[in-house]
Design a protein around this ligand. Structure first.
Ligand SMILES: [Zn+2]
Length: 431
């Protein structure tokens, strides 16, 4: 008897409640995983993608935002960033050279970063407590093979602090959070950092990301790419030209193609000192494109040629890549590289990390690490960013109503079902 009573009550509730929390209407969806590049409406419910179709009835959503004229993409994924800030250590990426991510990410559509080796097994849990667990940006980490992480040359070249077992154990303890092992900044002639990073990564079943440090004849790039690195490992700083990526005649080192054939991924890692037009333009002309676009965000790159994720993506637009290609290399490709295939796509059921991006046209300029200029006529800006279905950034108020059309004495207009900021205000009062 009670069950019978419950059925009509449910029916009434489902009529009264909109099916979706949020509907992004009229945008051009780019979802590389699902091979969509077309006008689509996107509905979000309970923090997840609920429907993507050519037309979704606005009446089914509690909140509708008109995003026509914009691209709607998965939240951008930057797999090379440095965000272990706040320790107070000078001249250290486990300190002052890193940045807290939220002020650099959400405003350019980035919802996920992977920290590229700021911490090793000795300080990873401090990093986790200090930054990872307290940020709105989704943060993963490559664990440095150096136990002390990126605390400076004295630590980073200490062959005795590149222990395989504790690194692998820490990676396994934080499986899913630690997405790879990093080796970086090594100045010596030995293969030890690469070998030990590979050994730890093998034990933990995760990839290695290699910043190949100083160029040393004892450990040539060709040997790294054709013998050492495995399928799924990531070579970063591909357009730096610092380690023989480019031959003297200006072409890609054949080892790059060889490595790619073996399944090695190639990542941009722009940074403060790892991107040159005189390397990138000819390599791309010769068909050597990156798998993933990333910033190498840190204190020294954010206000120089790198700037932010969208600026790095713009550089690839300026070199002739399509918007679709640049988005794929900033969403689905990096998601696969870090084995987080639930991200970087807009499949139904995926976390609703979404960027709404506008493509501006005009006269723009893009600067490399040595201050050389390349002109371009396209620029991506970020209109809206959603993390788990909640608005975490907006530029031009696309989701809002003009102030003089609101009731006198209006209060906060957002609703906690789609607007993160609504939490900090008392609910809007009706008058
Ligand atoms: Zn870096």
């Amino acid at each position: 008897m009670k069950l019978l009573m419950a059925i009509p009550l449910f029916a009434v509730l489902s009529l009264a409640q909109p099916k979706y929390d949020l509907l992004l209407k009229g945008g051009h969806v780019i979802d590389a995983k699902n091979k969509i590049s077309a006008l689509r409406d996107v509905a979000i419910q309970g923090g997840r993608i609920a429907e993507v179709s050519a037309r979704i009835d606005p009446a089914t959503a509690r909140k509708v935002i008109d995003v026509s004229g914009n691209y709607v993409t998965p939240g951008l994924i930057d797999i090379h960033a440095h965000v272990y800030a706040g320790t107070g250590e000078k001249r250290s990426y486990a300190g002052d050279l890193s940045v807290y991510p939220d002020g650099y990410t959400l405003r350019v559509g980035v919802t996920t970063v992977a920290d590229a080796g700021c911490a090793g097994w000795r300080n990873f849990e401090d990093f986790k407590d200090r930054v990872i667990d307290r940020s709105r940006t989704r943060i993963f980490a490559f664990l440095n093979i150096v136990g002390n992480g990126m605390r400076g040359g004295r630590y980073e070249s200490d062959l005795n602090d590149m222990e395989v077992k504790p690194a692998a154990e820490m990676a396994l303890k934080h499986k899913g959070l630690i997405v790879g092992i990093k080796t970086a900044h090594f100045t010596g002639p030995e293969w030890t950092p690469v070998n030990n990073a590979l050994a730890a990564a093998t034990l933990a079943s995760i990839p290695v990301m290699v910043d190949f440090g100083s160029n040393k004849p004892e450990r040539p790039l060709s040997e790294l790419l054709t013998k050492k690195m495995r399928a799924g490992d990531i070579y970063t700083h591909i357009y730096s030209g610092l380690r023989g990526e480019q031959t003297e005649s200006g072409h890609p080192n054949p080892a790059l193609f060889e490595g790619r054939k073996r399944g090695v991924f190639f990542d941009v890692g722009h940074g403060g000192g790892s991107f040159l037009w005189r390397v990138a333009v000819p390599l791309i002309k010769d068909g050597f494109l990156p798998d993933s676009i990333s910033t190498d965000l840190h204190n020294g790159s954010a206000n120089n040629g790198m700037k932010d994720m969208l600026n790095v993506m713009d550089k690839f637009l300026a070199m002739g890549l399509s918007v679709d290609d640049v988005i794929a290399k900033s969403t689905w490709n990096p998601a696969r590289e870090i084995h987080h295939e639930e991200l970087g796509n807009l499949s139904v059921g995926s976390p609703a990390d979404v960027a709404v991006l506008k493509l501006e046209t005009g006269n723009f300029g893009f600067v490399d690490m040595y201050g050389a200029l390349l002109r371009g006529n396209k620029k991506l800006t970020c209109e809206l960013t959603f993390r788990d279905g909640k608005l975490v950034y907006e530029l031009n108020g696309l989701s809002r109503t003009e102030w003089d059309k609101l009731p006198a004495g209006y209060r906060y207009q957002g609703d906690a079902s789609w607007d993160e900021r609504a939490r900090v205000f008392t609910p809007a009062t009706k008058k």
